[in-house]
Design a protein around this ligand. Structure first.
Ligand SMILES: [Zn+2]
Length: 502
């Protein structure tokens, strides 16, 4: 049973998607005015790990992430560089997508852009005005916070103490109440503006997320995600806008990822510790190390980024990859059937260590613990601990000849399966394998996908060689070559390559 921490209720709650056809997720996306820094990346990797975990748990996922391509910051950037808003934001949007790909973050189902939804935003503003939740002042339209008594429920801030902060302060317009926030900003000289039913102007930032989440996921969807810094006022305002307009909640679960600090202090541009992905890659760190480091701390805990921690993460990734390589290399020579030397299982439930049990039992105990941790509010640090217990146990079992071929295959399959969540192992191009039994040996044939006919020819050649019929083997090799298949014989079997046309 999957349990997630819901910020709305401040408690762990069992999670099931409302609609069994899939989980509807919304994540606040980037404002494309700058290159994302590691703090943004932590949130994006967290969203990716949650999404992959949901898929691994058997739920299809519909993930929507907005691109904020109009707001005060993007407009200021475009003005500073003398570019159009679209030109200015496009290069940062493309940079963002490149970073996602580099970090092996699975693409969202949709990345809607604010500037493509101006009309829907005007519709929402109109509805809020009609219902008395918004008012106009000098061509701008504000949300009337006093009309929404639930305001502050998510962030649990005392309404009388709420002060405008951050982006709210940027609204240099007249308001009835200091807490009120701009839904729509009147056109200003030199700023981009759209002609709409609520006047000429541009949307406020909070309105963008309400409009796009509602359009693509409906109201009351499953989970709304974002960094903890967005809880107030952004998420509070999203709830106010959407719920005041529709009478429905935005989402059942609200989840927030904690801050990232650098070397124990707050990250900021002026301190020069706001690293971008490119800077870290230029320094020789790998995207896998970053993914691993982010996952090594629970998402609700502050993460202290240090270069030491990043190097340790790289070492862990390398250890995992080494085991995979060792298993791949040793599988063909391992004995089939249960390996000897195993003693009765003595795995105490929480010790982390698993005593000398048959390896298949060790693996299933560790796999169950791994699953339990991950489904317990995405306890990534706990589940990685279990994964590395397996790494140690597997090396020991191999060293002591306590792993059968079946167990090794099972371990390898499981590691590859859970790497579907971490995505840190070196990516291999898609390969297919065929294990061919010849006498009492098993030979491995491996390569990129090819037709069944070609596979059978490769198998026939392996058998011919094993029978020392080298003339036949050579004939088949020539036939394969004429069809573009190159073979390479190795001690474990054969690898094939598909020759690309020259
Ligand atoms: Zn948002």
């Amino acid at each position: 049973m999957l349990k997630l921490y819901n910020t709305l209720t401040r408690s762990l709650q069992p999670f099931e998607p409302r609609d069994p056809s899939g989980v509807r997720l919304y994540a606040c996306g980037p404002t494309v005015y700058d290159h994302p820094h590691i703090g943004n990346m932590r949130v994006n990797v967290w969203v990716d790990i949650l999404r992959r975990t949901l898929e691994w748990a058997g739920y299809p996922v519909r993930l929507v992430m907005n691109i904020t391509d109009v707001d005060d910051k993007t407009i200021a950037g475009a003005q500073r560089t003398g570019q159009s808003l679209a030109e200015y934001t496009e290069k940062f949007a493309q940079g963002f997508f490149q970073d996602l790909e580099t970090l092996r973050i699975k693409p969202a189902t949709l990345y809607p852009r604010a500037t493509d939804h101006i009309e829907e935003m005007a519709d929402l503003v109109e509805r809020l005005v009609e219902r008395g939740h918004a008012y106009e002042q000098d061509g701008s339209i504000y949300f009337r916070v006093s009309s929404f008594p639930e305001y502050g429920r998510l962030s649990r801030l005392d309404p009388s103490q709420l002060r405008s902060t951050g982006r709210v302060e940027g609204d240099e317009y007249e308001k009835e109440d200091i807490r009120d926030f701009a839904l729509w900003k009147a056109a200003k000289e030199g700023e981009p503006a759209w002609d709409t039913k609520v006047g000429r102007g541009r949307p406020g930032w909070h309105l963008e997320c309400s409009t796009m989440s509602m359009k693509y996921l409906g109201t009351d969807f499953d989970i709304h995600l974002g960094g903890v810094d967005l809880m107030f006022p952004h998420h509070e305002n999203e709830i106010a806008q959407s719920t005041a307009a529709t009478g429905e909640p935005v989402a059942r679960f609200w989840m927030h990822c904690a801050h990232l600090i650098v070397d124990g202090i707050k990250m900021s541009k002026s301190l020069g510790n706001q690293y971008t992905l490119k800077e870290l890659l230029n320094d020789g760190y790998s995207p896998a190390a970053l993914r691993f480091m982010f996952s090594s701390v629970h998402y609700r805990k502050q993460l202290n980024f240090t270069f030491d921690a990043l190097s340790q993460a790289q070492a862990s990734v390398d250890r995992l990859a080494e085991l995979v390589l060792r298993l791949e290399q040793e599988i063909p020579s391992l004995q089939k059937g249960k390996a000897s030397g195993a003693v009765a299982a003595d795995a105490s439930p929480d010790s982390g260590e698993v005593a000398m049990a048959p390896f298949s039992e060790v693996l299933s105990t560790i796999a169950a613990r791994f699953r339990g941790a991950l489904l317990d509010d995405l306890n990534t640090s706990g589940s990685l601990g279990h994964l590395f217990t397996l790494v140690r146990e597997a090396h020991t079992a191999l060293d002591q000849g306590r792993m059968s071929r079946e167990e090794a295959v099972e371990a390898l399959d499981w590691i590859r399966e859970v790497d579907g969540i971490w995505a840190v192992l070196p990516q291999v191009e898609e390969q297919i394998e065929r294990r061919i039994e010849v006498d009492d040996k098993e030979l491995l044939a491996m390569g990129p996908p090819i037709s069944e006919d070609l596979l059978e020819m490769i198998e026939a050649r392996i058998r011919a060689r094993a029978a020392r019929d080298f003339a036949e083997a050579d004939t088949i090799r020539d036939q394969l070559q004429s069809q573009g298949i190159e073979l390479e014989d190795t001690p474990q079997g054969v690898r094939w390559r598909v020759r690309t046309a020259s």
